[in-house]
Design a protein around this ligand. Sequence first.
Ligand code: NAP
Length: 260
Amino acid sequence: MANAITLFELNTGARIPSVGLGTWQAEPGLVGAAVAAAVKIGYRHIDCAQIYGNEKEIHWPVRFKKGSVGFNPENFIQPDIPSTWKAMEALYDSGKARAIGVSNFSSKKLGDLLQVARVPPAVNQVECHPSWQQTKLREFCKSKGVHLSGYSPLGSPGTTWLKSDVLKHPILNMVAQKLGKTAAQVALLWGLQKGHSVLPKSTNVERIKENFDVFDWSIPDDLFAKFSEIEQARLLRGDSFVHETFGSYRTVEELWDGEI
Ligand code: NAP
């Protein structure tokens, strides 16, 4: 399609496919088949978990003692982001990674990294959906040439410990009804039209297909403008990375430098 938003160009010149497959909480027995189905459907961007040994990002700005398992706060230690980034730059220099990026970085943490980085991060992967639009961070990323990639683009409806009703929002459903699409498709195309890539997770072939069917239609301006009326709340607050004694962050405000 002539106007289809299929790729975004990164600051390295590499291009990132706009719709990627998320794999968080995809059960081990299902994830392989889901990835195979997604590749057949046309996905060329898979967001992998650390457990598969192929993660190229600084996932959260936190650090655990070597060998620790789980989220025991006593294992939190001070992250050294500049030296971690130097190791990432070496990966980039070696040609093993075409682009390197971070995840869950606030505008402040990204700004601090940009001050010391020889190779600026190409991507900051953060929570982003119509109910957490990342207005401030989006502007900052844009001004610095860092691509924003949106995780939980459907508001992570399957995560039982989150109170998520993003896909049920009346504005999203009104737009979906007017366009004859699903709320999920509208949430995803909203992201692409905002200028960020999206990483919907599914292990269901029909939904993997549905989530990729966002290239031959668009949300018209008048309906697109309605999204600015949606009340905003972060879903994944990172409470488990915060502790009154251990680690770097005493409060979630500190973790996100106030962007909460
Ligand atoms: P999400 O993609 O917003 O939502 C996934 C949930 O929505 C699953 O329960 C899925 O169930 C369901 N779903 C998928 N397509 C649907 C559709 N068309 N209609 C209705 N329901 C649908 O949530 P997420 O998994 O939290 O985020 C996506 C990906 O982002 C993750 O998998 C992971 O790769 C990445 N992520 C990264 C971080 C980080 O810290 N960097 C944090 C969170 C997530 P089915 O599988 O049954 O379809």
